[in-house]
Design a protein around this ligand. Structure first.
Ligand SMILES: CC(C)(COP(=O)(O)OP(=O)(O)OC[C@H]1O[C@@H](n2cnc3c(N)ncnc32)[C@H](O)[C@@H]1OP(=O)(O)O)[C@@H](O)C(=O)NCCC(=O)NCCS
Length: 176
């Protein structure tokens, strides 16, 4: 899928084994101050209960550079399976050119096509609402760790389906 943008267009696809996984690590190392997020993605990839291969999505530039990344993994809300979005990252030199939006939208579209519904994200309160995320507390979702209310957000992909409520439990690799 190619997403037009005011700056450039990005091609998105589910991660491919091999060199592309190394590129994803490079994107994460470039976008975050430490290797925490890069190591987290590798730990999640090794957890078959958390990892959903088609929901690990890259945004690729026209020259083939992996510029952006978005990940959805299995979590639970009130004991019901849901998805956790993150880490999301874009190489600094490609930020604010639509790569993050392209990767995240492609991941959410793939999740919707799988019949998934609830997605939660812990992140910037001024970035994720553009995808439809709202405060998780408004859904009756609670964190078992300290987090400002505005930073824990949730999105229901299927407005006709019931949305689980209750405590959020991330995959063990998140360590929360
Ligand atoms: C956050 C991130 C994934 C966004 O991807 P991106 O490709 O740069 O962003 P897009 O081009 O899709 O969207 C641009 C918009 O995002 C906003 N944005 C970018 N980084 C942001 C940040 N750290 N916090 C809030 N908003 C941010 C821009 O201001 C811009 O807003 P506008 O559309 O209102 O002008 C990327 O900037 C990044 O990797 N940042 C460093 C790592 C990080 O913070 N990851 C997210 C953890 S929650």
């Amino acid at each position: 899928m190619t997403t037009p943008d005011t700056h450039r267009s990005w091609t998105t696809h589910a991660e491919r084994e091999g060199a592309e996984q190394a590129s994803i690590r490079e994107v994460l190392l470039a976008a975050f101050p430490t290797s925490l997020e890069a190591d987290l993605v590798e730990a999640l990839r090794a957890d078959p209960e958390a990892w959903l291969p088609d929901l690990s999505v890259v945004a690729v530039a026209e020259d083939g550079t992996v510029a952006g990344y978005s990940l959805l993994t299995r979590c639970h809300v009130g004991g019901v399976p849901a998805l956790a979005l993150g880490p999301c990252a874009v190489r600094p030199e490609h930020q604010s050119q639509g790569a993050g939006t392209a990767a995240i939208r492609a991941g959410l579209d793939a999740a919707r096509q799988r019949g998934e519904n609830l997605v939660v994200v812990l992140g910037h309160a001024d970035y994720y609402p553009r995808f439809g995320f709202d405060r998780a507390s408004r859904f009756g979702i609670t964190a078992t760790f300290e987090v400002p209310d505005e930073n824990l957000m949730a999105l229901a992909l299927d407005p006709t389906a019931p949305v689980p409520r209750g405590p959020l439990r991330y995959a063990p690799a998140f360590g929360v």
